[in-house]
Ligand binder design. Structure first.
Ligand code: BGP
Length: 473
């Protein structure tokens, strides 16, 4: 039987906008999503999991089921409603002090993200990650949080810079919904790498004794076949979606090969290369040498084929299996081998991808002292059985099977030398999904959204046992 190390932390992940609800309460400022979602009319971010009012109950439940650590994010616009630090909202500050006190009460360690896809609207309108005002304000807000919340010992600068950049500028699934602007995506990623680095360097100068890291979405990329074309498509995809920001944040420099692959993509699309300054590159290098940990979000893997046509992407945001399309001009086309199992949202279930990603960090980025798996889990269509009572347990064998396989892959990577120190399931409780609304459920705890009642899933019992025994059964 596979075992996890004794001090391995078992956690649950959340993000402010996906759990808190209360988007108009206590002076919270608007973020990029509010008007966008309202106009789209598919689903509302309120009430989400109503965590703004129910955090203490959720943390009590977490403690009961073996959750030792939790990822939460601070909603920047609760503290600074306009993003810039000239206007402070004390009710927002108070809320996070209460949340962290509740974590302490329930013996749960918070890992706190400063930016989880929720740029304040005013800064988004100025250009989001492309705006120097946004970048400076982000650094100021981070420094404010470091001073204000000494009770936090683990900080995460940014959640998934690449997901944000690509969905904002290439696939168009995040506001402002731009498509095919590979150049803007690369520039936004570089800017996020730099903002992250400036914050890490500032944190280290403040000498607060805690740890700081960044969370990356890393999908493992494989060639569809052994042909030269497919192998090159995989290298391009990996450079664009993984390697560019891994190099920037974990090595502190972009390797010549990464830069040449990025340039090839931009040239193919007649778009200019990103801009950087020597000072920015110094910040990147300094930060990479002081980073305490990297968070890896890995759910699925992709396989690439050579492709020469126009870019076309279709997002499966409803769970209609087999409807996703991703063909990117200058990169390649996603195509899964037939024997690979997928979820209803077309995410390939491939635990070996988790192992390979963790080994890649271990082998290719030797500056990284420690790794946490900061998100992993499976989105399923789940419903409350008829006649459910308070004690009803939601049966989710698919989730248990998925977790077993992926956590075993993590244990294998640890045995192969990777320094993985903890695991956060996405998600702690069912929550709001940015592009899928409320039907894609990931939680250990089922949330009946109309009543906000919580029901325990079988996977929570499985998780509790793993957390207590560290044996993967
Ligand atoms: C990650 C994000 C999370 C979460 C998760 C699941 O990329 O950090 O915020 O949403 O993916 O994705 P989805 O909700 O699209 O299924």
């Amino acid at each position: 039987m596979l075992k996890l190390p004794k001090d391995f932390l078992m956690g649950g992940a959340t993000a402010a906008y996906q759990v808190e609800g209360a988007t108009k309460e206590d002076g919270k400022g608007k973020v990029l999503w509010d008007d966008y979602l309202e106009k789209q009319g598919r689903f509302s971010p309120d009430p989400a999991a109503d965590f703004y009012h129910r955090y203490d109950d959720d943390l009590a439940l977490s403690e009961k089921y073996g959750v030792q650590t939790i990822r939460v994010s601070i909603a920047w616009s609760r503290i600074f409603p306009e993003g810039t630090t000239d206007k402070l909202e004390p009710r927002g500050v108070e809320y996070y002090h209460k949340l962290f006190a509740s974590c302490a009460k329930h013996h749960i360690i918070p890992f706190v993200t400063l930016h989880h896809f929720d740029t304040p609207k005013k800064l988004h309108d100025m250009g989001d990650w492309m705006s120097p005002v946004m970048l400076d304000s982000f650094v100021d807000y981070a420094k404010y949080c470091f001073k204000e919340f000494p009770e936090v010992k683990y900080w995460i600068t940014i959640n998934e810079p690449t997901s944000m950049a690509i969905q904002q500028h290439v696939s168009g699934t995040f506001p402002p919904g731009e498509k095919g602007r590979f150049d803007n995506a690369v520039q936004a990623e570089h800017n996020q790498n730099v903002a992250h680095a400036r914050i890490v360097n500032a944190y280290k100068e403040m000498n607060l004794g805690g740890e700081i890291g960044i969370v990356h979405a890393i999908q493992t990329v494989y060639p569809y076949s052994d042909s030269q074309g497919d192998r090159h498509a995989a290298a391009l995809k990996d450079a664009f979606e993984d390697r560019f920001y891994l190099d920037g944040t974990l090595a502190g420099e972009y390797s010549p090969e990464t830069l040449s692959l990025i340039k090839e993509i931009l040239d193919a699309n007649n778009q200019p290369m990103f801009k950087s300054t020597p000072k920015e590159m110094e910040e990147l290098s300094k930060a990479a040498h002081q980073l305490d940990f990297v968070g890896v979000n890995n759910y699925f893997s992709v396989w690439m084929r050579a492709y020469d046509g126009a870019s076309e992407t279709i997002h499966n945001g409803t769970g209609a299996k087999g409807t996703s399309v991703s063909r990117l001009h200058g990169i390649g086309e996603e195509r899964k081998p037939d024997n690979i199992e997928t979820t209803d949202w077309d995410w390939a279930i491939y635990p070996k991808g988790m192992h390979d990603t963790l080994m890649r960090i271990h082998n290719d980025y030797p500056l990284v002292p420690a790794t946490y798996v900061t998100e992993n889990g499976i989105g399923l269509k789940e419903s409350l059985p008829e006649g459910a009572t308070d004690d009803t347990i939601i049966d989710d064998p698919k989730r248990i099977d998925y977790l077993k396989k992926y956590i075993s892959a993590i244990a294998d990577a640890i045995n192969d030398g990777a320094n993985v120190k903890g695991y956060f399931i996405w998600s702690l409780q069912d929550q709001f999904s940015w592009t899928n609304g409320y039907s894609k459920r990931y939680g250990l705890f089922f949330v009946d959204f109309p009543t906000q009642k919580r029901y325990v899933k079988k996977s929570a019992y499985w998780f509790k046992n793993l957390s207590e025994t560290h044996e993967i059964e």
